[in-house]
Design a protein around this ligand. Sequence first.
Ligand code: KG4
Ligand code: ZN
Length: 337
Amino acid sequence: MKILAFETSCDETSVAVVEDGKKILSNIISTQINIHKEFGGVVPEIASRHHIENILPVFTEALEKSNCQLNDIDYIAVTNTPGLIGSLLVGLMFAKSLSYANNIPLLPVNHINGHIFSSFIDNDVKLPAISLVVSGGHTNLYYIYEENGKIITDLLGETLDDAVGETYDKIARILGLEYPGGPHIDKLSVNGEDVLKIKKPKVDGYNFSFSGIKTFITNYVNNQKMKGNPVSKEDIAKSLQEIIVNVLYDKILTAIKEKDVKTILVAGGVSANRRLREKFSEFKNIKTDQNEQIEVHFPKMEYCTDNAAMIGVAAYYDLKNNSQVEQRKQYDVDAIS
Ligand code: KG4
Ligand code: ZN
């Protein structure tokens, strides 16, 4: 089964062709990062205008690279939520038109579901698993298991305020670093010391809170500046890295103790973070309930940030979970921000 997938929820225009939910025949990503850099973040109106310019060439390239024709395509998948409304609409309208004109059923896909299923690309996931989705807009923790042939994704917890990527980007801005700030902080932290030793926020259950960490660092930087003291970007970067990675690690450790967990899956833009990857490899030292080693999986870099391949894979599992396939041939589906 071949799925042609579209992703335009934020500042990446991406189109992919996915075969049988795991083989990526093509995955073309056109990023607008350089355009939004000068504004210090994504400008929604500019993003949607660029999606309009990019979507046709990206679609043409994706189809060509996959060696497929439109009549080889069984389904068209498209991100319809959550995201920037103007950006979502460009992908959705393009996909709907293509679907209608070529009589190919349309599958709306949730963007976060896409990130979860990016972990299933080139990877036979052993379930049950814990999935952590860490991106610019989301910090969600899921318990994923199989029941009656269906893959269930139960939301265990989420951030009550800022997302992890958002925290990185906001602190980067305070330090005068370019957008997106995550990769810069990641790099700087290598030469820093955890001088701030920020305390873990007290948040019950599996939820997260990062806004206090942001306030703590903002106040520290302002105080140092007022006193005329130098501020080490490297030390702040290292301190931020440590507190964030430790908070995420601890929540997952709790889940491992409370549940049957065979695999840890990490997805979303922040999963590119090197300290996160290093620290999470420690989970491999913990044994499962069956006395096997816990597996830890990070997607390849091209599947960490927004991409259409993960949307195609998520659509495949949506289909598997729902036998009422024909009911999905619908054009009344809306973009929801
Ligand atoms: O998943 P993504 O590409 O887009 C959203 O759906 O938000 O994630 C982008 C986020 C940005 O906040 C960016 O700063 C962060 O991922 N990011 C990182 C790293 N690379 C990207 N954060 C920390 N360390 C990194 N190496
Ligand atoms: Zn994303």
